[in-house]
Structure formats: C-alpha cells, structure tokens
Design a protein around this ligand. Structure first.
Ligand SMILES: NC(=O)c1ccc[n+]([C@@H]2O[C@H](COP(=O)([O-])OP(=O)(O)OC[C@H]3O[C@@H](n4cnc5c(N)ncnc54)[C@H](OP(=O)(O)O)[C@@H]3O)[C@@H](O)[C@H]2O)c1
Length: 256
C-alpha cells in the first residue's frame, strides 16, 4: 500500500511516525506533503526513505491511500485543489467534516473514511474511531489494521461518531483532569509534585490495562480494591456524595 499524508502537523506527523514504527507500510511507500519544509525535514530525519514534498498533488499522485491531515476549514480548498484517481481511498482526519461534505467536495464514487484519533497517537496509544463510506469489508479491515499500529482502532457508524469522539478524544482531557486533581491531593498530603503525578498517571495506566487486557468491568475491578470498612470505600462514597459519576455523565452529554 502506498500512502500519502497531506499535512505534517501534530496529527499528520504522528501518523507518519506511527507508520514508521509499524509493519503495514514500508517507508519507501510513504509520501508526506506540507507547505513548509521544517516539519517535513524533521520527519525525513527519522527515516530518510520516506518522500517529502511541498507539492500536495505530487504526493497524492503517488499514492493508493491519501490521508488528509489539515485543519477542518482547509479540507474543502485542499480537496478541490487536487485531482484524485477514482480508485484512490481518501481518509479525512478533520474533526466534524461529514461524509456529506466530503462527497460534495470530491464526488460520491470514492471510498472515503473519516478517522478520529486522539492525541495519544503520538505514543502509539490512540483510541482511533473510523467511519466508512463506500468501502468494502476488506478496505475496512485494512484501515483498522493500519490504525491499530497506532493504538486501537474501531469502526463506528458515522451517526455515532460525535458521541464516540466525546468518549475517546475529549475523554483524554477528562482523564488528564483527574490526574491533575489527584496530583494536587498528593501534594497536599506531602508528596512531591512530580512523584505524585507519576504515581497517579501510572495508576491510571494500570486501571486501563486491567480493563483492556482482561475484558473485565470497572465494577469488578473496584470490588477487588474495596475492603469492607476499609479506606478505599470511604473515598469512593465521598466521590459519589460529591456527584462524581453524575458530573462525568453530564459533562460528556453536554459536549453533544
Ligand atoms: N489535535 C488533535 O487532538 C486532533 C484529534 C483528532 C483529529 N484532529 C484533526 O487533525 C487535523 C490536523 O490537526 P493538527 O492538530 O495536526 O493541526 P496542525 O498541527 O496545525 O497541522 C496541520 C498541518 O497542515 C499543514 N497545512 C496547512 N495548509 C496546508 C495545505 N494547503 N496543504 C497541505 N498541508 C497544509 C500545516 O502546515 P504549516 O503549519 O506549515 O502551515 C500543518 O503542518 C485537523 O483537521 C483536526 O480536526 C486533531
């Protein structure tokens, strides 16, 4: 598979770095286009076998799959400035740009994907959401495999994309908020700020791994930590008296 990434910013750059770590696409088959050179040079310094260019069309013409990683307000202009072959698969990572919009810019016959990674893509730990349009099962499997190299990837219907984005992309900010708040509690209890932050962040990573590696449920794992009459249940009940679960549910629903 030959792949062109248009836009070498945070997301485009992270996708290229992730692809270079993975096995799906060989570096010789990666093209990256960006208007300014420094981001391109930085990516090529990681692996000189990738092709960099300031000419979007050059990258697009070379590829089977084109990933559009520019800001949402540039998508229309970028697509309209390019010529695509009908068999090319076009992947947009622009938040909020719908298939209705994409097909009106590019035409309705292409295979299109909307992809929503989160910022942990830079650590190859993204939860990436993918919606498909006009795609075969094989193409869906291909793109899931591609983004699974950058964390986990899941196909979701476009109608669920907004809700899923709140959980997986905005959700990272809420988890970080927890890490920040818990770190402050640690500092108040006399633990050095950096130590406190590492303790909390590692606990969050551990909690996530318990769920992801064992296909268990948070309630089951919470039960294992809560000794009757112990300290954990005091904290959990204090959280609920303060409206913890309700606050999270309300916060997420308020984003829709
Ligand atoms: N950041 C996130 O958490 C996140 C999560 C999911 C999806 N997204 C989506 O990812 C997309 C990119 O976001 P980002 O955070 O990576 O933005 P970014 O860091 O600003 O990157 C955008 C890149 O596009 C380049 N660019 C500008 N005009 C271009 C053109 N005409 N042709 C080709 N490249 C062009 C910019 O180059 P110059 O800087 O040289 O102008 C920049 O390198 C957005 O649509 C966003 O909705 C972001």
């Amino acid at each position: 598979m030959k792949i062109a990434v248009i836009g070498a910013g945070n997301m485009g750059g992270a996708i290229v770095k992730g692809l270079l770590c993975g096995k799906s696409v060989s570096p010789e088959n990666i093209w990256v286009a960006n208007p300014s050179r420094p981001k391109l040079d930085a990516l090529q310094s990681i692996d000189s076998r990738i092709t960099i260019t300031t000419d979007n069309q050059e990258a697009v013409s070379a590829a089977d799959w084109v990933v559009l990683a520019v800001k949402p307000w540039l998508i229309e202009a970028v697509i309209k400035s390019l010529t695509f072959r009908s068999e090319q698969v076009v992947v947009s990572i622009a938040a909020g740009v719908t298939f209705d919009q994409l097909t009106s810019y590019i035409g309705g016959t292409h295979t299109l994907f909307r992809v929503m990674p989160n910022t942990a893509i830079s650590e190859q730990a993204s939860m990436t959401l993918i919606s498909s349009y006009n795609a075969t099962r094989e193409q869906e499997a291909q793109i899931v495999l591609l983004f699974a190299e950058l964390g986990r990837a899941m196909i979701v219907p476009e109608a669920k994309m907004a809700a899923a984005t709140i959980l997986a992309s905005c959700g990272i900010a809420y988890v970080l908020k927890y890490i920040h708040a818990a770190t402050e509690a640690g500092v108040e209890m006399g633990i050095a700020p950096h130590d406190a932050m590492i303790m909390v962040a590692k606990s969050v990573e551990g909690a996530a791994k318990l769920i992801l590696n064992n296909d268990t449920h948070p309630a089951v794992e919470i039960d294992k930590v809560t000794t009757p009459g112990g300290i954990t249940i005091k904290g959990l009940n204090t959280l609920e008296h303060a409206g913890f679960s309700s606050a999270i549910i309300q916060a997420m629903k308020s984003c829709l």
